[in-house]
Design a protein around this ligand. Structure first.
Ligand SMILES: Nc1ncnc2c1ncn2[C@@H]1O[C@H](COP(=O)(O)OP(=O)(O)OP(=O)(O)O)[C@@H](O)[C@H]1O
Ligand SMILES: [Mg+2]
Length: 257
C-alpha cells in the first residue's frame, strides 16, 4: 500500500476543470514528481492534498486515513507539510522565528496554556527552538539565523520555506516548484537538499518545471495535462514517452543542473 493514495480526484472552478478523475499512489520513501504544462492543475492538486481546497469528487488517503474533510492544520498533524509556489512566510520575522512557526504542530502547547503561562510552556518553547535550529542547520541556513526574512535573497527564502516545513517533522513533504527562480548554483544546492531530505526517510512529492532536476531526483513521475493523467513511471520511461514529449517536454528539457 502506498503512503498516499489518490482515487478519482476531481476539482473544477466554475467552468474550468483543474483536476479530472485523477488516480495515483506515492510509495513511502520515494521522490515522486508531478509535472505538466502551466495550468495543468499541479498546485490545485497540492491544495487538495493539504486540505486547503475540498475536491468535488474522489478520495485522498494518507497512511490509510481520509484527508478530505480535514482542515489544513489537521492534515499537517497527520504528517503532511508543504512549501508554496509563491513564498508564504512572515517577512518581518527572523529566520529562527519563521521556522519556529513550523514547530508548533509538534509541541503540545495549547493557545490557552500559552496565554496563561502554564507550566510546560517554557519547556515547549525551548523544544521548539531546538527543532527549529536543527531544521535551519539541515537546510544550510545557520548563517541567517537572526536575519529578517525581508532582508534575504530569494534563493535563501526558498530554503527557509523548506526548513519551516521540515520543522513540523513530516512523513510527506509537498514541494511546489522549489527551484523556480533559482540560478544554476542555487538549483544544484536545491537538488542536494531534496536528496538529503529523501535520505532521512521523508517521502517527497515534488512539482517542478526544471526537467533536469526532476529527471535527476525522481523515483517516479506523474505527468498531468488538463488535470488528467497523461503518463506515469520512472524518469527514463517518461522522457521517452511520445505522448509526454508531444504534450509537454518537446524540445524544452534543459539540463540546468
Ligand atoms: N482559485 C481558483 N479559482 C479559479 N480558477 C483556478 C483557481 N486555482 C486554479 N485555477 C485554475 O485551475 C487551473 C489549474 O491551475 P493550477 O494553478 O493548479 O496549475 P499549475 O499546474 O499549478 O500551473 P503552474 O505550472 O503555472 O503553476 C488553471 O486553469 C487555473 O486558472
Ligand atoms: Mg502551480
Amino acid at each position: 500500500m502506498a503512503l498516499l493514495e489518490v482515487h478519482g480526484l476531481s476539482k473544477s472552478f466554475g467552468g474550468v476543470t483543474a483536476i479530472a478523475d485523477l488516480d495515483f499512489g506515492v510509495p513511502e520513501g520515494q521522490v515522486y514528481s508531478v509535472i505538466g504544462p502551466n495550468g495543468a492543475g499541479k498546485t490545485t492538486l497540492f491544495n487538495m492534498l493539504c486540505g486547503i481546497y475540498s475536491p468535488d469528487e474522489g478520495s485522498i488517503r494518507f497512511l490509510d486515513r481520509e484527508i478530505i474533510g480535514r482542515l489544513p492544520h489537521q492534515v499537517a498533524e497527520l504528517g503532511v507539510s508543504r512549501t508554496f509556489q509563491n513564498l508564504q512566510m512572515f517577512f518581518n520575522m527572523s529566520v529562527l522565528d519563521n521556522v519556529k512557526v513550523g514547530c508548533h504542530l509538534r509541541t503540545r502547547g495549547r493557545i490557552w496554556s500559552n496565554a496563561l503561562r502554564l507550566p510546560g510552556t517554557r519547556r515547549e518553547e525551548k523544544q521548539a527552538e531546538r527543532w527549529a535550529r536543527e531544521a535551519i542547520l539541515f537546510c544550510g541556513l545557520d548563517d541567517y539565523l537572526e536575519s529578517h526574512a525581508d532582508a534575504l535573497p530569494y534563493g535563501v527564502l526558498k530554503r527557509l520555506e523548506i526548513a519551516r516545513a521540515l520543522a513540523a517533522s513530516p512523513r510527506l513533504l509537498l514541494m511546489d516548484e522549489p527551484a523556480a527562480g533559482l540560478n544554476d548554483t542555487e538549483t544544484k544546492q536545491m537538488r542536494s537538499l531534496i536528496r538529503q531530505i529523501s535520505g532521512t526517510g521523508i517521502t517527497v512529492l515534488l512539482v517542478e518545471h526544471n526537467m533536469g532536476l526532476v529527471m535527476d531526483v525522481s523515483d517516479r513521475i506523474l505527468v498531468i495535462d488538463y488535470g488528467s493523467r497523461l503518463a506515469e513511471g520512472p524518469p527514463e520511461a517518461i522522457q521517452n514517452d511520445p505522448r509526454v514529449i508531444e504534450a509537454y517536454l518537446g524540445g524544452e528539457i534543459e539540463y540546468a543542473v
